[in-house]
Design a binder for this molecule. Sequence first.
Ligand code: ADP
Length: 182
Amino acid sequence: MRWGRTEITVKVGDITLEDTEAIVNAANNGLLGGGGVDGAIHKAGGPAILEECKRIRARQGGCPTGEAVITTGGRLKAKYVIHTVGPVWQGGNLAHGPADEDRLLRNAYRNSLIVAAENGARTVSFPSISTGAYRFPIERAARIALETVRDYALEHDHFSEVRFVLFKDADYEVYLRTIKSL
Ligand code: ADP
């Protein structure tokens, strides 16, 4: 699928193996590593990534939900890791008005693209942010992810490829179905 000058691809895989200039990590607010894709990226990329995360944490106290920060890719093929923090699913309409989680998830994708572009990366891979331990419903998350990337790509000619790398076949099927429906 092509939106503007940006090719959007959807695949099954392990994001730590991707050869895009940047890969995105579904991190947490503390930036000190965790389970899921976060643990896999730190394990594969080595200690340089965590060292930079600690420096960012010392400087700005972590990463607020919906924001994004960048580090080296360490031993990964990717030059950069962009650490973003998606929302924990709370039910979709609590606290700050309807569907605050939707807005925060959109921010996570958009701010990751902005940080990648600021650093000159023209290719970037995303995992399915918030749909693991943070329990965001996959269908709703896939629509937000793909619409946010589409809107960015239609507004900016910067990226040559944005890749969605899904760890589970079932998640891949949802992303594929969703992209075809946009
Ligand atoms: P979150 O806390 O944002 O929900 P998780 O890491 O728990 O983050 O899950 C996010 C998604 O990442 C899930 O869909 C999970 O299946 C997927 N995932 C886990 N490991 C990898 C990996 N190595 N590559 C790509 N995706 C992964």
